[in-house]
Design a protein. Structure first.
Length: 323
């Protein structure tokens, strides 16, 4: 029996590693037929030994039946909205305001991230296991979409590596890549079904399904970009270091992230990303600039619902191409 149980645990680790390589690192793992064979062997062992199955097993990503509705979730820490900068002068004014408030003229380091155009989501991990997924909602109250979040392969059911806090709330954006959006709409047209106007609406509609078996068929991904609640552990001192930790723990982060210094750095990054924008495999509607140091972020605090230490800079709206 222990030999079979050892095989069972090895299978879970192997499939978890392939999921991470394929869905988080976007590296081609093994041929589908080989992956499917491993999953079939895992399901067969679980059917013979149902008492071994835990919610963290790769076979447990899709619930068997629809839920009646969505429970509400009260966010222990509000999910922030971002102040906006509409032009380069606004960015200069933003940096000046920070230096005045810090009463320190020395250069400030910023973490720069593409502003993904999806749905902001909170993932709660306890003892390293995913226990809840929730939408941002109005920032204070969101909807419990755990069953749907569990179907997204780029979201690990258990954190990898070590050193993560006992309670860790990871925040990020769930989005639908452009190629998946086009493919899904082509299939919908062939079936005579409703098509979605844009990837953001498609992601939102997919997350609001009461039947997670439908959500599981949708090409959704998640990039993680900030932390909410954390207990029973420590986190790095900067946004950039936190993202490296997230990646070590098996969470997907955005590869376009960069560290820059002062206003010129913000402007250069804007120009670089504006050039890249149309070639990216997902839609972005701007950039999020964050003061990199968490110590400085704490000193700067928030104004009402938005942090003083971050600002969004939007690109000009793109002409809707009517197909
Ligand atoms: N939407 C998006 O891509 N965001 N949103 C934040 C954010 C919002 C509040 C704190 O951080 N960061 C990124 N990359």
């Amino acid at each position: 029996m222990t030999e079979l149980h050892d095989r069972y645990q090895a299978l879970i680790q192997q499939i978890r590693r392939y999921d991470h390589e394929y869905y988080v690192l976007n590296e081609s793992a093994i041929p589908d037929v080989e992956y499917d064979r491993l999953m079939e062997e895992l399901k067969r062992i679980e059917s013979e030994h149902p008492q071994w199955v835990t919610p963290q097993s790769p076979t447990q990503r899709v619930a068997g039946a629809p839920q009646a509705g969505f429970e509400t979730v009260e966010h222990r820490m509000p999910m922030l909205s971002l102040d906006n900068a509409f032009n380069h002068d606004d960015l200069g004014a933003f940096v000046k305001r920070l230096k005045d408030r810090l009463n320190d003229p020395s250069p400030i380091e910023f973490a720069c991230e593409p502003k993904l155009d999806g749905i902001a989501v909170s993932l709660l991990y306890e003892q390293g296991h995913l226990v809840r997924g929730a939408t941002r909602g109005d920032g204070t109250t969101g909807e419990d979409i755990t069953a749907n979040v569990r179907t997204i392969r780029s979201i690990p059911l258990s954190l990898q590596g070590d050193g993560w806090p006992e309670v860790l709330e990871v925040r990020g954006e769930i989005y639908m890549p452009k190629a998946g959006f086009e493919r899904m709409n082509d299939e919908a047209r062939e079936r005579g079904d409703k098509v979605f106007v844009n990837p953001r609406n498609a992601a939102s509609g997919s997350l609001r399904q009461l039947d997670s078996r439908l959500t599981a068929t949708r090409p959704l991904e998640m990039c993680c970009y900030s932390v909410g609640v954390f207990e029973g552990g420590t986190l790095p001192d900067t946004q950039y270091q936190l993202m490296q930790k997230f990646s070590e723990w098996g969470l997907k982060i955005n590869p376009e992230m960069a560290l820059v210094t002062d206003v010129q750095g913000l402007l250069d990054y804007y120009d670089q990303l504006e050039q890249k924008r149309n070639g990216l495999p997902y839609e972005i509607d701007g950039i999020v600039y964050k003061v990199n140091s968490f110590g400085l972020q704490r000193r700067l605090g928030f104004v009402s619902r938005a942090p003083r230490w971050a600002i969004a800079r939007k690109f000009p709206a793109q002409e809707e191409v009517t197909t």
